[in-house]
Design a protein around this ligand. Structure first.
Ligand SMILES: NC(=O)c1ccc[n+]([C@@H]2O[C@H](COP(=O)([O-])OP(=O)(O)OC[C@H]3O[C@@H](n4cnc5c(N)ncnc54)[C@H](O)[C@@H]3O)[C@@H](O)[C@H]2O)c1
Length: 339
């Protein structure tokens, strides 16, 4: 009998990475071999959920373990690039939390390394793609029910100011609210529309976090321009008064979609007397968040299974983020260079 070999996995960083570890531990095609965190207490607390899973405080134990096929990187942003490169050079697939890296040269280096190791794959946790509401909206858009789109607005209302003004995000030499928050809305827009912008304009500010340890922008607003004249406004609010929420408005020739904190609805007419349609597809839906990692594991164990977030998706979104960061700093319109 042909017994399928399990994918052996390790996880570095046990904040959001604890969820990844649980997903891998529960996956029938996967064996969670090792988990890593600097923090000993967190390591043993999360580790106590698993049987026979090695615990380490040193990421090298995972990155250089020849038995490990797949590494989930959920460490602080500043470590992602080096950990991704080491994984690839040591023959491991990578599932990385955003941002994949922090600089243009790093993105190019990862791209080059992936070309050198074509048998290895990479995916990322673009979690909004697993939300039933956004899946429904994407279906409506791709089946042209809204007609040609001319404008979208996507706002990331983080509502977790304390995470921005204290801890590793505030202590880092560099932190980008674009790479940390706007990235999700950029990915959502590309995924829903199937289009890539050509240019970006942007403004940012540090009014909310001013006087705290967070010296970088806590708010950004981006304007994306597309070849077909479609426009997109994206904002990321690191502070501000709002529960954690992903607001989205889509304007098409045939209808308008509005998802804000008070309502989610479709508007098919400009007539005051006509009713709008309420949308009830679930948002948020935390139970399905593991689907992105599950789809990656499935694609590794069966080539015919399509991954939810592809290599190209990651490079496209990060190329836009890098251009947007440049646009905030230069106050110029920046042409986006895709890899
Ligand atoms: N995709 C998403 O929706 C999503 C959500 C939250 C966070 N993130 C990303 O996940 C990463 C972690 O964020 P978080 O919110 O989980 O932070 P966190 O502070 O809650 O947890 C991070 C953990 O990783 C450990 N750690 C960091 N670097 C390490 C290293 N090199 N070796 C060993 N342990 C290390 C820390 O000790 C900490 O326990 C960040 O890159 C963040 O942007 C993504």
């Amino acid at each position: 009998m042909n017994v399928k070999k399990k994918i052996k996995a390790g996880v570095i960083g046990l904040g959001v990475g604890a969820h990844q570890a649980r997903t891998l531990y529960a996956h029938p095609d996967c064996e969670l071999v090792s988990i890593c965190d600097f923090n000993k207490d967190k390591l043993s607390k999360i580790g106590s959920e698993f049987f026979n899973v090695h615990q380490t405080q040193d990421d090298k134990d995972i990155l250089s373990n020849p038995d490990i096929d797949l590494v989930c990187i959920a460490s602080y942003d500043e470590f992602h690039y080096q950990q991704v490169i080491t994984c690839l050079q040591n023959g491991k697939h990578v599932y990385v939390e955003k941002p994949i890296c922090l600089r243009k040269e790093e993105l190019e280096d990862i791209h080059t390394n992936l070309k050198m190791y074509p048998n290895l794959n990479i995916s990322a946790n673009m979690v909004l793609r697993t939300c039933p509401l956004f899946i429904k909206v994407r279906e409506e858009v791709s089946s042209f029910k809204m007609g040609d789109l001319y404008h979208l607005e996507a706002d990331y209302l983080w509502g977790r100011k304390e995470k921005l003004i204290s801890g590793w995000r505030a202590e880092a030499d560099f932190y980008s609210i674009i790479y940390g928050a706007a990235v999700h809305m950029i990915d959502l827009v590309l995924w829903i529309t199937g289009k890539k912008p050509v240019r970006v304009k942007a403004l940012g500010s540090n009014k909310i976090a001013s006087g705290t340890s967070q010296k970088h922008n806590d708010f950004v607003i981006l304007l994306l321009e597309f070849e077909d004249k479609m426009t997109v406004k994206i904002s990321a609010h690191g502070g501000g008064v709002h529960p954690h929420f992903h607001a989205l408005k889509i304007f098409g020739k045939e209808s308008t979609f509005i998802h804000d904190y008070t309502n989610t609805l479709w508007i098919d007419t400009s007539d005051f007397n006509q009713k709008y349609r309420h949308e009830s597809a679930p948002y948020p839906e935390k139970k399905l968040r593991g689907q992105s990692l599950i789809s990656f594991v499935n694609s590794l164990s069966n080539e015919e299974q399509k991954v939810l977030v592809s290599k190209d998706d990651i490079f496209n979104v990060m190329s836009i983020c890098l251009a947007a960061e440049e646009a905030v700093n230069s106050r110029d319109t920046v042409t986006i260079k895709y890899l």
